[in-house]
Design a protein around this ligand. Structure first.
Ligand code: SAM
Length: 401
């Protein structure tokens, strides 16, 4: 079976997919621009899909799976081929674009999956609500992978997923989530704040706070299973539970404020109604700290869950090395519920040269703390050590010139 005009055959994971010919949609600088193609396919999202498939291979019940913004259908097709789903699990895919529906149908046939995948030409919210509310189908996994912000689909997904089901969200509006546009951050996510030196870490916590607030409206609450920031996007996987009282408890315990220094990256988080005894000026460099609130201050991943996921990913030889590495890096810092401390900025603030990041991590571990290189910033560390301990290590490991 060949591809229609304007499409070429690509292999991703175990799937064969007809994708728009990237040579036809190149910018002046020669880089492929997926949003110019008639149907969206982004090769920079392979890791995103690798991890999604590994997660479903680790943890799929027998309830239906929904990929409501499916474009070429690559995600749903890979799930069907690679996740080893229990027999009879239905997969639904939809898209608003007719061109997407056509190529999706072609791709489903190409992989002989007509029996397992149902394609619907519909709006994502419409499909999810119809399946859950009108047809009474139990939805175990909903994958929201839109252009930009997932916010317009979060109410529907959270309200429709079954008890203990999983909602996965991709957000490519990293600049908004990370605080670069203060007004839009407040308008879209109800969070007040600005861009700080750990804006990628902040983006994850802003998105989780929004999801937790939406869940509470429906007397539901969330547990983040895995969250990460990579290249131009944030991805979170949350398990959704039912219970109004518990939802209130989660809001009290897990929504809080972050204070961060935009000069040296010193930061701390506290519960929203917690008494703040700490200074609002940075103890390292004296700069005024910037508040961001309400953001998610509880762990952003579940370590035991990650352990199982990593084991599955390691057995899936066809996944990208990068995908496994990313999971390992997230796992390394998963006992630490902190933001990255960025050593180039700390070193500058204390007027010293920058030591090797690993040497500071080793120094903190020798002192008995938990410490690891951050995966979000190449000059960042995650640790449970105090800022004074970090500074001592920075000073002791700085190369003398
Ligand atoms: C980022 S692409 C999805 C990529 C795909 N999930 C993948 O892994 O390759 C977003 C898709 O959502 C579709 N879309 C946008 N708004 C929609 C809506 N309200 N309902 C359904 N599909 C929509 C677009 O046509 C586009 O194909």
């Amino acid at each position: 079976m060949s591809c229609p005009n304007g499409y070429i055959l690509a292999v991703e994971g175990l799937a064969k997919i007809c994708i728009p010919n990237p040579n036809l949609y190149k910018r002046d600088d020669g880089v492929y621009e997926p949003s110019w193609a008639p149907v969206f396919y982004n090769p920079r999202m392979v890791e995103n899909r690798d991890i999604c498939v590994a997660l479903l291979k680790t943890d799929s019940g027998d309830a239906a799976i929904v990929d409501p913004l499916a474009a070429t259908g690559v995600r749903g097709i890979r799930i069907a081929l690679e996740a080893n789903l229990p027999k009879g699990v239905a997969i639904y895919m939809s898209d608003l674009s007719l061109a997407a529906i056509k190529i999706m149908e072609h791709n489903v046939k190409l992989n002989n999956l007509e029996e397992y995948i149902t394609i619907v030409h519909a709006d994502a919210n419409e499909l999810i609500y119809r399946l859950a509310k009108r047809e009474g189908i139990a939805l175990g996994y909903i994958d929201v992978d839109p252009f930009g912000s997932p916010a317009p689909f979060i109410h529907t997904a959270i309200d429709s997923v079954k008890r203990y089901g999983i909602v996965a969200l991709t957000a490519t509006d990293l600049a908004v989530l990370g605080g670069r546009y203060r007004v839009k951050l407040f308008r879209r996510y109800g969070v007040a704040g600005t861009k700080v030196l750990q804006s990628r870490d902040v983006a994850i916590r802003v998105l989780l706070s929004f999801v937790a607030k939406v869940a509470a409206i429906y007397d539901r609450y969330i547990e983040p299973l895995l969250s990460y920031a990579m290249s131009h996007y944030v991805r979170v996987y949350v398990r959704v539970y039912r219970g109004g009282m518990k939802a209130s408890e989660i809001l009290n315990n897990c929504l809080g404020a972050l204070w961060s220094c935009t000069k040296c990256s010193y930061s701390y988080m506290h519960q929203i109604d917690g008494v703040v005894e700490k200074a609002i000026h940075c103890p390292v460099c004296g700069e005024k700290l910037e508040p961001i609130y309400p953001i998610w201050i509880c762990p952003t991943a579940n370590r035991e869950y990650l352990e199982k996921l990593l084991k599955t990913a390691n057995e899936m030889y066809w996944l990208r090395e990068n995908s496994r590495k990313l999971l390992e890096n997230i796992y390394r810092t998963s006992t630490l519920n902190t933001l990255s401390t960025r050593l180039t900025h700390i070193a500058k603030a204390i007027k010293t040269n920058v030591p090797s990041i690993q040497s500071v991590v080793d120094c903190l571990i020798q002192k008995g703390f938990i410490a690891a290189k951050s995966y979000t910033y190449s000059d960042g560390i995650a640790t449970n050590a105090s800022i004074n301990e970090i500074i001592e290590c920075v000073k002791s490991r700085t190369p003398k010139v």
